[in-house]
Design a protein around this ligand. Structure first.
Ligand code: ZN
Ligand code: ZN
Length: 295
C-alpha cells in the first residue's frame, strides 16, 4: 500500500540548511520522493511512498522538537507521482514575496487570522446572517483555480501567482472589506496562514482562516455546504470532486460548455492553463490562448 503525506508547520528554524540535510537523508533512506521546502519560518512538504515508509518518515520528523506538533494529511498516491526527491531551502515556504513581514514563533504564525474548523465556519456564517450581516469569503489561491470551484459568492483576487497578493491588497480594491468579517481559504490552509497575517497587517479588522483548507471542508460537508464546484489540485489529476453531486461551474474558453478540465496552451513558449471542453481540447490547433499568448 502507498500513500502521499501532506503537511506544513510554521515554527522558527534557526538552521534551515541542517534541517534540509537531515530531511534529504531521511527521505532518501526510506525511498520517498516528493517536494519539501524549508525556510527560517518552517517546513512545507508533500512526500509519497510505501505506507510504512511514509509513517516512519512522519515519526522521525516529529522527533525534532520544533516539529512535534506536525499535522499530516494522507491522500492516495505514491512515490511515482513525483519526478524525484527535492528538498530545498527558500526564504519562504509559500512565496508571497514578503519574507521579512511574516512573524513566527513556536506556536506558529503571529498575528494571523482566527482559525475556523468547518463547523465553526458554518456557525459564524449562520450567526452573522441572523444579525443581517454577510461573511465575505476571500479566495487565497491563484485566480484560475477558482474558475472550477470556490465558496459561493467568494471574492477572487486577480492573482496569477501568490506573489501578486501584496500588490492586490495594497491596490485599495478591497478596502471596503476592512470592516467586514472576512474568511480566507485555500487548498490545504498553508497559503492562508500567510495571507491572513498580511491582511491583518493592512488593517483588515476581522480576519478568519479556514483550518485545513478546502480539503478538510470537503471532507466535512462535501457538496452539501457552502462550496461549489471542483477543487484544483497540483498533481496529475488536476481537479478532484467531493461527491458525484459536484456542480460543474467552469466554462470552456471556446464554446462555453461546462468543464473542469484545464489544458496547457499548445504553444510551447506559453503553456498557460485554460479551461476547455473535451471537444475543443481534441484539436491541438484550438489549444491556443483565445486572446493570444502573452508569453
Ligand atoms: Zn468547448
Ligand atoms: Zn498561450
Amino acid at each position: 500500500m502507498n500513500r502521499i503525506a501532506l503537511y506544513y508547520l510554521f515554527t522558527p528554524l534557526p538552521d534551515p540548511e541542517a534541517v534540509r540535510l537531515w530531511q534529504h537523508t531521511l527521505c532518501d533512506s526510506l525511498g520517498l520522493r516528493g517536494r519539501i521546502l524549508i525556510s527560517p519560518d518552517g517546513i512545507n512538504g508533500t512526500v509519497g511512498g510505501p505506507l510504512d515508509a511514509v509513517k516512519a518518515y512522519v515519526k522521525a520528523t516529529r522527533q525534532y522538537p520544533g516539529f512535534r506538533g506536525l499535522e499530516v494529511k494522507y491522500s492516495e498516491g505514491s512515490a511515482e507521482d513525483f519526478p524525484r526527491l527535492s528538498v530545498k531551502v527558500r526564504k519562504e515556504i509559500v512565496s508571497f514575496g514578503a519574507p521579512g513581514e511574516l512573524k513566527v514563533d513556536e506556536h506558529g504564525v503571529v498575528g494571523g487570522g482566527v482559525h475556523l474548523r468547518p463547523e465553526e465556519l458554518h456557525e459564524l456564517v449562520d450567526a452573522r446572517r441572523a444579525a443581517g450581516e454577510d461573511v465575505v469569503f476571500f479566495d487565497g489561491r491563484n485566480a484560475f483555480e477558482a474558475q472550477i470551484g470556490r465558496f459561493k459568492n467568494a471574492v477572487v483576487p486577480d492573482v496569477e501567482t501568490t506573489r501578486d497578493f501584496i500588490r492586490e491588497l495594497d491596490s485599495g480594491k478591497y478596502d471596503e472589506l476592512k470592516d467586514k468579517p472576512v474568511v480566507t481559504y485555500c487548498t490545504g490552509g498553508v497559503r492562508c496562514e500567510v495571507l491572513s497575517s498580511l491582511m491583518v497587517n493592512r488593517g483588515f479588522k476581522e480576519v478568519y482562516q479556514l483550518d485545513g483548507g478546502i480539503v478538510r471542508y470537503g471532507e466535512a460537508y462535501g457538496d452539501k455546504g457552502l462550496w461549489e464546484g471542483s477543487l484544483y489540485v497540483f498533481d496529475r489529476r488536476m481537479h478532484t470532486e467531493f461527491s458525484d453531486d459536484a456542480e460543474v461551474i467552469g466554462r470552456c474558453a471556446r464554446c462555453e460548455a461546462p468543464t473542469s478540465k484545464f489544458e496547457n496552451c499548445s504553444n510551447p513558449a506559453c503553456r498557460k492553463l485554460t479551461l476547455y471542453c473535451a471537444d475543443c481540447a481534441s484539436d491541438p490547433a484550438t489549444l491556443r490562448c483565445p486572446e493570444g499568448c502573452t508569453a
